[in-house]
Design a protein around this ligand. Structure first.
Ligand SMILES: *Cc1c(COP(=O)(O)O)cnc(C)c1O
Length: 408
């Protein structure tokens, strides 16, 4: 038997079933008309932001990294909660524009921006987080051609790493950002070229659960920003301090201590050097804001036994839940939080594996877990599905197609 990840706090039960937004999973699926189905909870999104605001310094702006979940209704809802958005492609910019979002508080990072993506961002008035000197040249040329003053920030590849992060994106040789020692010169160049210099972006990694290592990283980020700003020789307009706040996915993962992080930031913000005294300071979070607010619901199509082991076969799978299947950047496959959603309060009495409907051994949603007895027609909930689910999975694989998504 293998342990299952921790079910996020805040979910309701109704008539023995998992319920979201006051409706049982059976009702949600009936109203939606089919499975598989992603359900995102407004209440849990609101709660998460409220909890975060309560402990972070007032001065700290909180941005949403759209790539975690770019569903229209999620973005619309987040627009009422956060101070800005971070995007990482022209496609995400197009989504924001289609939704009528103001480009002012949008910044656009990501290596490999096409000319047409730079053009669209400059014309919209979004801030480009430059990933290289040559990208800076292209952005300046495109802006000049369009008669625009581009808003340019520099993404820094820091000269330190974040300890304990699930996915490192800074320190050493990296495809992201400009190596720290070359940043001052680039900064002076883009200011001399007449750009609207929007400051620095220092992103070190994702999915950190240790407050201690995040506090240390944030301190390093502020120290590095101070050094670079001194060398550029201007007051720093804006500092995107990165994010990396993780959520518990697996057994023994502990929720991040955001109170400690908030206190650490308060302390640092009280002692900022003159060049950072009026800097607009922000963090950018994806999964921390939306991950635990989403559930993936899939129906059991078959129950079978092979060599004494029980399998529950569902109509969902890794084509919507690549991460839960263990195939999105994990080395050792471990179980996400998963439950039989319409028997949410039933006692576990058997060991079974839950698989998807794809014809590949990779398609496993739960491995040898202790579960209530489930029957064909029952609903399985995969938790932590609010981030890197629907759009980070290969939904076209085997001709399956995308799942429905619902914000309730
Ligand atoms: C992916 C990414 C994020 C969001 O990461 P999470 O782990 O979802 O918080 C934020 N900023 C940048 C630059 C990213 O690449």
């Amino acid at each position: 038997m293998k342990p299952t990840g921790p079910i996020p706090a805040g979910y309701e039960t109704l008539d023995g079933e998992l319920a979201i937004g006051g409706r049982t999973v059976s009702q949600l699926v009936e109203d939606a008309g089919e499975t598989p189905l992603f359900v995102y909870s407004r209440r849990l999104l609101d709660q998460r932001m409220a909890d975060l605001r309560a402990v972070m310094p007032d001065r700290l702006a909180i941005h949403y990294a759209v790539k975690a979940n770019p569903h229209d209704n999620v973005i619309r809802h987040m627009a009422g909660l956060v101070d800005g958005f971070d995007i990482a492609s022209g496609g995400e910019l197009a989504i924001m524009q289609r939704l009528g979002m103001d480009a002012g508080p949008i910044s656009f990072a990501g290596p490999g921006k096409r000319d047409r993506e730079l053009d669209a961002a400059i014309m919209a008035g979004a801030t480009l987080n430059l990933e290289s000197e040559s990208e800076a040249e292209r952005a300046l040329a495109i802006a000049a051609k369009n008669g625009m003053t581009p808003r340019l920030a520099i993404r820094v590849n820091p000269d330190f790493e974040m300890k304990g992060s699930g996915m490192k994106m800074g320190g050493g040789a990296k495809p992201f950002g400009v190596d720290a020692e070359r940043v001052p010169e680039l900064g002076r160049q883009i200011i001399a070229a007449g750009a609207d210099f929007r400051g620095l972006h220092i992103y070190t990694g994702s999915q950190a659960l240790s407050a201690e290592s995040l506090i240390e990283t944030q301190g390093n980020v502020l120290d590095l920003a101070t050094r670079l700003t001194d060398e550029i020789g201007v007051d720093l307009p804006k500092l995107n301090m990165g994010g990396g706040f993780g959520i518990p996915y697996f057994d023994k993962d502990q929720p991040l201590d955001i109170t400690a992080i908030g206190a650490g930031l308060e302390q640092r913000f009280a002692n900022l050097p003159p060049r950072l005294a009026n800097t607009h300071l922000c963090i950018e979070l994806g999964r921390y804001l939306v991950g635990e607010a989403g559930v993936y619901l899939t129906r059991i199509l078959d129950r079978k036994v092979s060599h004494g082991e029980s399998y529950l076969v569902t109509d969902g799978g890794l084509h919507h839940q690549l991460a839960a299947s263990g195939n999105f950047g994990t080395v050792i496959r471990r179980n996400y939080p998963v439950a039989i959603a319409n028997r949410f309060e039933a006692a576990p009495i058997e060991v079974a594996s839950i698989v998807g409907c794809l014809c590949t051994p990779l398609d496993r949603l739960l491995d040898k877990a202790h579960l209530p007895r489930a029957e064909v027609g029952d609903l399985v909930a995969v938790f932590c599905a609010g981030a890197y689910g629907a759009t980070a999975s290969p939904s076209a694989f085997l001709g399956q197609g995308p799942a429905l998504e619902l914000l309730v």
